[in-house]
Design a protein around this ligand. Structure first.
Ligand SMILES: [Zn+2]
Length: 244
């Protein structure tokens, strides 16, 4: 946030000094410590800037949905952007422009994590994300997507803190805690949630709306004391004590 303000000021100064015909626009000059979008994005757009947007609205796919992070702005991305805009009281047109980007800048730290979650929280196994079933970079990237899903879920539940008890595990860490051999914790996208003020069942139910294809909770073997949310191919939800 600080770097963004500084960048805006510098850009304004540069614009004033260099150009008499094209006054600097705060919209165009807005920069962020993590990532800055340089154009309005709507249906039909494609590219890395679309993918960066998709990561940040991955928590808004609608119930049971999972947003593809493919860099192609299709109907699913439009719907997710619309839900994000509605969630924050912005004009909900499904087009990502200055207002939407400003909200995303406000919601992200300079390391690209959403403001209420951190890489450290999602990895109490090691410090370099190595030793899982994917590369360290991939595990960390997967964790980032899960954090944005959790940020959406947190906001939908009244912005109360969500308790994170762990996430990524190397094979060694997974074996040490008796994790399943194919556990999503080995991929970095699984997160184990504590009861917090919401309670397990409310968390498990809400998670269905935020892009988690895997939800395990009370009543599922080994999950009476936490709710596990993750990505996976196909949907697997089981928390029988919560009616899921
Ligand atoms: Zn788990």
């Amino acid at each position: 946030m600080k770097s963004r303000l500084v960048a805006v000021l510098l850009a304004l100064l540069a614009g004033a000094a260099l150009s008499f015909t094209a006054p600097a626009s705060a919209d165009v000059a807005a920069a962020d410590g993590c990532y800055t979008w340089n154009r309005t994005l709507g249906e039909g757009a494609s590219g890395e800037d679309v993918r960066q947007l998709q990561i940040r609205v991955a928590g808004y796919p609608g119930e049971g949905g999972v947003l593809a992070l493919d860099g192609q702005f299709g109907p699913g991305t439009k719907a997710a952007v619309t839900r994000f805009q509605q969630a924050y009281g912005l004009g909900a047109d499904g087009v990502a422009g200055a207002q939407t980007f400003a909200k995303l800048y406000e919601l992200q730290d300079d390391d690209c994590t959403p403001v209420n979650f951190s890489y450290g929280e999602l990895n109490n196994c090691n410090s370099d994300w190595s030793g899982g079933n994917v590369s360290a970079a991939q595990a960390k990237a997967n964790a980032l997507v899960s954090m944005w899903k959790l940020q959406a879920m947190r906001h939908a539940m009244g912005d109360r803190p969500i308790v994170v008890n762990g996430g990524f595990r190397s094979v060694a860490c997974n074996n040490a805690v008796g994790g399943a051999p194919a556990s999503r914790h080995l991929y970095g996208d699984a997160v184990d949630l504590g009861a917090g003020s919401q309670g397990f069942c409310a968390l498990a139910r809400q998670a269905r709306h935020h892009g988690f294809a895997e939800i395990l909770g009370p009543g599922y073997e080994g999950h009476d004391d936490h709710v596990h949310v993750a990505h996976r191919s196909g949907q697997f939800w089981s928390a029988p004590s919560c009616g899921i």
